[in-house]
Design a binder for this molecule. Sequence first.
Ligand code: HEC
Ligand code: HEC
Length: 416
Amino acid sequence: MVKISIFVKDYTQIMKVEIKFFLLLLTVALISCKQDDGNTYPDDYTDVLDLPETPFNYSNPTFPDTFTDYVFSFDNTPTDNPVTDDGATLGRVLFYDKNLSINNTISCASCHLQEFGFSDNRIKSLGFDDGETFRNSIGFANAGFYGAEKFFWDHRAETLEDQVLMPIQDDVEMGMTLNAMIDKLNDLEYYKPLFTNAFGSQQITTDRISKALSQFIRSIYSYNSKYDIGIQATKNIFLDFPNFTYLENIGKDVFNGKRTPEAIGTCVTCHLPNADPLHYELPIPEGANQVIFSGAEPDNVGLDDNINVPDNGVGEILGVISLYGHFKSPSLRNIEVTGPYMHDGRLPTLEEVVEHYSTGVKAHPYLSAHMKNSDGEPRHLDLTEEESAGLVAFMKTLTDHDMLNDEKYADPFVEQ
Ligand code: HEC
Ligand code: HEC
């Protein structure tokens, strides 16, 4: 400090320099304190991974008040696997690591891309040996709020913790065994500090891998779409949103059933459980779910008119014939970027999805009740051109550009 002051003539300037220098020292001291808590990532791996010195905040997002206690009652996070910043950081690395596939060609992110809402833009995805997956990839947003808890189009995974280990062992997707995966990860130095930070020791187990991947997926929250701004302003999906265009508000009223009062249930019945259109004239129940756009139960939306198809979904898994043709309805958040649509990716655009509900619903023997008229026939909403365009415009308000661009969900590998 003295040396510096030699070059400074005026006393006040010396003070300034000294204060600046003191602040610099303080900053250095604070940084080194942070490094001491053991939860930082060592510099020597920066040629492999670009991770922040202290982990991103995954565990404590600032939810808007539209994420009510009732919404949180759908939370499927198990008590032994809460999201932690270090756990989700490890999960992020695993998610983007091609070493999880047998020939180092495929990571989870190969079929679940952030820019496509963690889906991909293919009808069927491509696995490690260029084989095609059986179904269309599913995107993730607020997966932790999926009340039915089960995962995959046919609900075959009981929990997210079970689900995340399945693609690794899938013959088409990643082609590994769990033991081979553990051996491989044990040889990768960069996992040692990551496992230590997340779980207190270097030990790599399938349980820890499953937990970390699940934490990362659950941490992918969406609450910053245009829709979120509107619902925060009105707290009522049945009122016009001040930030919406005329067309978006029309689409919202098709979606919530206000425009088609004769229909028994519309989009909102299945895609926004507990904001039931049949009650749209009543005040919205305090704290109702107006933000989690994933279905409560699997449904059959009449894509086919018979069960002689390659894929009968939930019914086939459970051996329950009345559930044939029933599939999960994934979150509609970021739906604009997750196409093509439906379990088999048969509908290329949102316009075609709307056309399906407007005129195309087929008389499947196990069509869901909410897809029928009171006479039992498949219900066609018969939307006008304006209503159809509005419905598409409305769905696009569910795009969350913050989520799609947030670095904490992006590929942490420097080069692979
Ligand atoms: C080769 C492409 C591919 C790879 C690799 C892949 N997935 Fe998937 N993923 C899919 C497809 C296709 C589906 C839908 C399959 C189904 O439902 O039968 C899916 C479904 C999911 C779901 C279910 C979402 C829901 O809402 O039900 C989750 C979660 C998921 N994948 C996570 C992962 C994780 C974690 C990894 C890496 C360990 C991974 N995936 C690797 C293609 C892939
Ligand atoms: C009876 C419940 C039900 C109703 C009513 C309903 N949906 Fe769906 N929706 C589903 C199910 C289940 C799926 C998945 C179907 C499949 O893949 O076989 C789905 C799929 C979708 C998809 C594609 C999702 C994806 O990730 O591929 C969109 C978009 C969609 N619905 C929008 C709407 C709109 C708009 C309406 C109102 C016009 C509507 N839904 C009405 C249950 C319903």
